[in-house]
Structures are given as structure tokens and as C-alpha cells.
Ligand binder design. Structure first.
Ligand code: SF4
Length: 418
């Protein structure tokens, strides 16, 4: 690596102390590096003390590569950021995702043309926009209804959509069969009220090809990411612990390169869930269902080898279209959590309220940021503004980063310690 003659600590590092008291979440404002430092290293960087890096060249190289150390002076960084802002001055960073829910007795029936209409609507809304994804939620389908899943995944492939599948744990075996002829980017597996097969002992999982773990390994062998969502509300602590232990046991059986393909996330459906004060005494700490997107982002960014540099995308303007099993198209816009029904699907046609859609799709640009955000070292990542955050999110972006970072850290530690 070419090392600049004089290294400085970047002015664009944001530090958030995490709940274990020993770690700090570091977020770099323009390289988009998100990492966990020990408090001592964070303390040295905050005080512009480069001695720990001088003593350890590998650490210095890593911190330079991730943007925390830079050859730019404070003024040069500020000029550089103005240039980046100018690049994005008229761009509206919008991410559009779709969720298609399939059910047994619904208007979205693959034997009629309604499923095709749903895909036509998706493609009209999507337009030429790249990125975004389609999640096909199969949890409403009864057993033996793979034909419906096949039809939907086949159409997604024909339209070239990057697809995720959401399934219940009872649908695991059918999904393995489906994935042999259709590749999905991710399978989200929701486990609630797991039977005894999920809580076999760690040794069983490590040494025997037991179901359902064998199915998970089969999916991973197809290069499909598996995210296990453990709904903790109705399960006792001991079961939750065993489940996490088993998922960890499974991770040790996967080649290190494929390790990232398996994650476990505890979730709660209780909107009133609060992080317990004595976090060390509980097993794992669930996130609210509605925070899954942010948690996934954070989890994917921590020590990610791919820095996104300059793209104001971490929490950009996001539109989620959910086509539910009765054929309504619901739009949720974040930040601000605006919601509306913007269309419907029938057997013969789809309808969109194009005026409402446009009205709800006015994204901000970096130029629209209010004064308090202009000088903020997170503004390229946050993509939001304080007023919107106050109105709709109830929690400032910095606090959210700190809370979700703490949950992520504690979950990893608790799960590996159990
Ligand atoms: S809302 Fe504004 S001040 Fe807050 S993190 Fe985002 S850009 Fe910074």
C-alpha cells in the first residue's frame, strides 16, 4: 500500500461507545467503514495520538485502508467533502424494494394471470432504477403448494430480479428442492416455536447430518445466504440459547469464506421491547421486527471488505412496496414512515395511483440538508435530516447506530459465550 508521507486522524470518524463498556463503534463518514474498536484504540485516535499505529504497522495499514488515517489535512478533508457533496447535489438516492406475499386463498393466484400482473406492476414502478430487491414471502402457503412458489420465482427470474425468499421453518425441505432449480440471493428462515430437532445438542450438530441443520447447509452450498430469524417472544431463554449455540456450531462446519452466508438474528414482535438494563444477565437481545433492515445493514457493513466510499446510501430514502395476499399494493416510505395504499392487482390488470406514487416519492438531495446536518460528519451516510428524524423516527440516527451496534455486539458475544 502507498503510504502518505504524513498521516492524520480523519475528522470524519464518528465514535459511539457500546454497551459492553469495552468497545466503541466507529463509523467513517465518507469511506463508509463501520468497525468495532477497543476503547483504548478509540481513545488514542480521539486524542490524535498515533503511537499505537506507529507500534503496529499492520494496524496502521488497516486503519489507512479504511479511511480512519488519511494523508489529508482537516482543511483538505473538508474541501474534499464539499466536492463529493457537489457530485451528489442533484442526485436523489432512492432505494426501492418489493415484497410479494403469497397465500393459499388469495387474489394473487398463479393459475390465473394475476401473478403476471403483479410482476408488470413491479416493473412499471421500478422503471430503469437499478438496485433494490424482491422478497417473496412464502409463509402464507400451506404445504404441498410448491407450484405457487415455483411460478413466482420463475417470473422473478424471467424479469431478472434479485430475489430473497422468506419462509417458515416448516418449509425448509421444500425450499431446498426449489433452490435446486432456482437461485435466490438469500433465504430468511423464521423460526418460532421450534420443535426438538432445533435444540439438539451442540455435538450432534457438529458431528451428524441432522435435520433441519442439514437443509441449511445444503442451501449454503448453493451459495445462498441463510438468515435465521429467531422469534424469541414465545420461547424460553434456554431454548433460545441452545438454538444460537447450534447455529454457531453450524458456522464452524462451514468453510471460513462461506461463514458470512449464515447469520442468526433474534427478533421480537413486541414494539415496546426495551434493552434490559442488566444486559449481561440475559441470553440474547432481540431487535424489533421493524428494525431488521437497519440491523442487517449494520451487520453487513461491520468489517466489510467492501467500502462503499462516498455513496450516501446507508440510510437513504427507501421505498418498500408490499403486495399483500389480497392484492393491495402498500407503499412505506422511510425516513418518516409514511404509508399509503397506492394500487391493486386483479386477474385482468393492475392499477396504480400514479399521482400519489409520485407525491410520496420525492426524495431529498444532499443539498436539501438543513443547516444542522451540513456540518455533520455523518451526513453522507445518514441521508436523512434531523427534522424528519424527530418527526417520524423518534430516535436520532446516532442513537440508533449506538443501540443497534450494542445489540449486535452483545448478541455475538453472548451467543459465542453460551
Ligand atoms: S440527522 Fe443530520 S445531524 Fe443527525 S446524523 Fe443525520 S446528518 Fe447528522
Amino acid at each position: 500500500m502507498r503510504r502518505p508521507a504524513h498521516l492524520h486522524v480523519s475528522r470524519y470518524i464518528n465514535y459511539s461507545p457500546l454497551a459492553d463498556g469495552r468497545s466503541v463503534l466507529a463509523v467513517h463518514g465518507y469511506s463508509l467503514a463501520v468497525d468495532i474498536f477497543n476503547r483504548r484504540l478509540a481513545g488514542s485516535l480521539m486524542e490524535d495520538d498515533l503511537q499505537p499505529c506507529r507500534d503496529d504497522k499492520a494496524l496502521e495499514d488497516l486503519l489507512t485502508q479504511r479511511g480512519y488515517l488519511t494523508g489529508r489535512s482537516a482543511e483538505e478533508e473538508s474541501t474534499f467533502i464539499s466536492g463529493v457533496r457537489a457530485l451528489f447535489s442533484r442526485k436523489r438516492p432512492v432505494v426501492t424494494d418489493f415484497i410479494l406475499e403469497l397465500g393459499d386463498c388469495t387474489s394473487i393466484d398463479p393459475h390465473s394471470t394475476s401473478l403476471e400482473q403483479a410482476f408488470l406492476a413491479i416493473n412499471e414502478i421500478k422503471g430503469v432504477e437499478s438496485g433494490g430487491s424482491l422478497e417473496i414471502d412464502l409463509r402464507g402457503l400451506g404445504s404441498g403448494r410448491e407450484d405457487r412458489a415455483r411460478e413466482a420465482t420463475g417470473l422473478a427470474r424471467d424479469w431478472g430480479l434479485r430475489t430473497h425468499l422468506t419462509i417458515s421453518h416448516e418449509q425448509l425441505a421444500e425450499t431446498v428442492k426449489l433452490l435446486k432449480s432456482y437461485q435466490a440471493a438469500r433465504v430468511t428462515l423464521c423460526v418460532r416455536n421450534p420443535d426438538s430437532s432445533w435444540i439438539q445438542t451442540h455435538d450432534d450438530v457438529a458431528h451428524a447430518d441432522l435435520l433441519p441443520f442439514r437443509h441449511i447447509l445444503e442451501i449454503i452450498s448453493l451459495q445462498t445466504e441463510v438468515e435465521v430469524l429467531i422469534v424469541v417472544d414465545d420461547i424460553d431463554d434456554n431454548t433460545v440459547n441452545l438454538l444460537f449455540q447450534n447455529i454457531n456450531g453450524l458456522r464452524t462446519r462451514i468453510h471460513a469464506d462461506a461463514n458470512r452466508l449464515l447469520t442468526a438474528v433474534p427478533v421480537t414482535e413486541r414494539e415496546d421491547f426495551l434493552v434490559p438494563k442488566n444486559a449481561g444477565s440475559v441470553s440474547v437481545l432481540p431487535i424489533r421486527w421493524s428494525e431488521l433492515f437497519d440491523y442487517r445493514q449494520l451487520q453487513g457493513y461491520i468489517w466489510s471488505p467492501q467500502l462503499v466510499r462516498f455513496q450516501p446510501s446507508f440510510l437513504s430514502f427507501r421505498r418498500v412496496f408490499r403486495i399483500n395476499a389480497s392484492g393491495n399494493i402498500n407503499l412505506t416510505v422511510n425516513p418518516g414512515r409514511k404509508r399509503a395504499v397506492v394500487g391493486s392487482i386483479s386477474r385482468e390488470a393492475y392499477e396504480l395511483d400514479r399521482g400519489l406514487l409520485e407525491q410520496m416519492s420525492v426524495a431529498q438531495t444532499v443539498n436539501d440538508l438543513p443547516d444542522e446536518c451540513r456540518t455533520c460528519t455523518l451526513s453522507l451516510i445518514c441521508g436523512s435530516n434531523c427534522r424528519t428524524a424527530e418527526a417520524g423516527e423518534k430516535e436520532h440516527f446516532r442513537e440508533k447506530l449506538q443501540r443497534l451496534g450494542s445489540l449486535l455486539l452483545l448478541n455475538v458475544h453472548q451467543a459465542s459465550a453460551s
